[in-house]
Design a protein around this ligand. Structure first.
Ligand SMILES: Nc1ncnc2c1ncn2[C@@H]1O[C@H](COP(=O)(O)OP(=O)(O)OP(=O)(O)O)[C@@H](O)[C@H]1O
Length: 449
């Protein structure tokens, strides 16, 4: 059976990356076979948990394809399994671009690797993130005093990492000697496993316990990883007791993270818990404006509104759309316009505007100007009717796919040239008159949201 296991291993090797294979599958050895139970040896509890979670079906399949038997697999922890003489380089399976770059186990870098783009200056504060922003600033200005630990939680792409790193950058700017460590919890875990395998746990522990500021991203990743939580718990205690600042982020409130040990949960609740909510449309527009300035992209207001009113609240996705438009505009030497944005992003943005009808616009505009829909559609030449009518026609052209004749038809049977005239008139007025521009943009925003 040992031979079967070796063959199964070499088949598994063909489908995994060398790094994954070397880390998780290669160290596994055949142990015993009794009836339908196949016991394999693994070098640590952690590898056992990880392999069980991620690779068990693959292992069962690899063995059954050789033996036609679906064995019950058990893992036995045997620390004596010989390890390779050299640690596996670049062990971390996933590295976000803002995380510390490639590291080898030999070279445990204790300097912070903080993305300089993520500062308080580049963060837009709105109602949705005000509390987390204020808490982060308070911690950055006065570490390890009032809010320790700081626990920031919120949905995907809402700016948790940005705030976490902004804290680090701010502290670093004011105290060049501060030892700041930014790690995702996944990286923390991977490095820990590597150190466990190569008997370098003292080095690992010392590294973290020497820090003044420990910034740990995505703590929810530790859920269910007992050994990692255990290690993190001791690191946490050591730092907390020496009055060092700890900040963690998560996609959930501590008590909603399944598989998070009670003792860690209660420690997170000792400090301040701050949430980030999805941004409202104004904050989304402000973020897009800030990002377009930072990336030297000229983003017209109507396009910002179009992007902001897309279904997504994920700021990373919004940013992605902006960068895509910026790249297209720069490669084709054109300006960003609403039509271009609609075209380029048609697969990404499910337009909310598709449900907006001419009738809805007429009703909304008439209500805004306190006139009747029949007056809006009429031929009356009084200014109190003409301006709202032209605005309504302009918005119909912007937010619906109706043609000029179709719009004319719904405005009391007007000729398409009248409709074109109205659209041009409003375009011109918006360029020269801020008040008209604001009225039109607000009406559009109200209709879209
Ligand atoms: N209020 C904001 N102001 C400026 N930029 C923001 C804001 N919120 C989010 N961003 C930007 O959105 C992108 C995603 O943010 P970040 O990575 O911090 O999200 P996250 O909440 O950590 O996401 P995840 O849950 O995936 O880890 C980053 O480029 C960040 O700069």
């Amino acid at each position: 059976m040992e031979k079967v296991w070796l063959e199964a291993q070499s088949n598994i090797k063909k489908v995994l990356t060398p790094q994954t294979y070397n880390t998780w599958i290669k160290p596994i050895r055949f142990h015993t076979l009794t009836d339908d139970n196949l016991t394999l040896e693994v070098p640590s509890k952690f590898i056992k948990e990880w392999v069980t979670e991620k690779y068990l079906p693959m292992i069962v399949e690899a063995i059954s394809s050789l033996t036609s038997v679906k064995y019950q697999i058990e893992f036995k922890i045997t620390e004596k399994i010989p390890l390779e003489s050299k640690p596996v380089d670049n062990f971390t399976p996933v590295i976000k671009d803002n995380e510390p770059s490639k590291e080898t186990n030999k070279n445990i870098d204790i300097t912070a690797n903080l993305n300089p783009k993520y500062t308080f200056d580049s963060f837009v504060c709105g109602a949705s993130n005000q509390f987390a922003h204020a808490a982060s600033q308070a911690v950055a200005s006065n570490p390890a005093s009032n809010y320790n630990p700081l626990f920031i939680y919120g949905g995907v792409g809402l700016g948790k990492t940005h705030l976490l790193i902004a804290i680090g950058n701010h502290i670093k700017e004011n105290n060049k000697k501060a030892k700041i460590c930014y790690y995702s919890s996944e990286k923390f875990m991977n490095e820990m496993i590597n150190c466990l395998r190569y008997k370098k746990m003292d080095e690992f522990r010392n590294k973290f316990r020497k820090m003044d500021i420990l910034l740990i991203d995505d703590i929810q990743f530790m859920a269910g990883k007992e050994a990692t939580q255990e290690e993190f718990f001791h690191t946490f205690n050591a730092l907390y007791e020496s009055h060092k600042q700890i900040v963690v982020t998560s996609d959930k409130f501590p008590k909603d993270i399944p598989g998070l040990e009670e003792r860690l949960r209660s420690r997170f609740e000792w400090g301040l818990i701050a949430d980030i909510q999805p941004p409202d449309i104004e904050t989304k527009i402000a973020i897009l404006k800030k990002k377009s300035d930072l990336n030297s992209i000229t983003l017209p207001n109507d396009v910002a509104l179009f992007l902001a009113s897309s279904a997504t609240s994920n700021v990373r996705e919004l940013e992605g759309m902006l960068i895509r438009l910026g790249a297209y505009a720069s490669l084709t030497g054109s300006e960003i316009t609403l039509n271009m944005a609609r075209d380029i992003l048609k697969d990404i943005i499910v337009e909310k505007t598709k449900d907006i009808t001419v009738e809805m616009i007429q009703k909304h505009v008439a209500e805004h100007f306190k006139i009747k829909v029949s007056e809006l559609k009429s031929d009356k030449r009084l200014k109190t009717f003409v301006v709202p009518r032209q605005i309504a026609i302009f918005i119909c052209r912007e937010l619906t796919k109706s043609s000029y004749p179709e719009i004319g038809e719904k405005f009391g049977g007007k000729d398409h040239s009248t409709i074109i005239h109205s659209v041009k008139k409003i375009e011109k007025q918006m360029a020269n008159d801020l008040e008209i521009k604001n009225i039109v943009e607000n009406l559009k925003k109200e209709l879209i949201t």
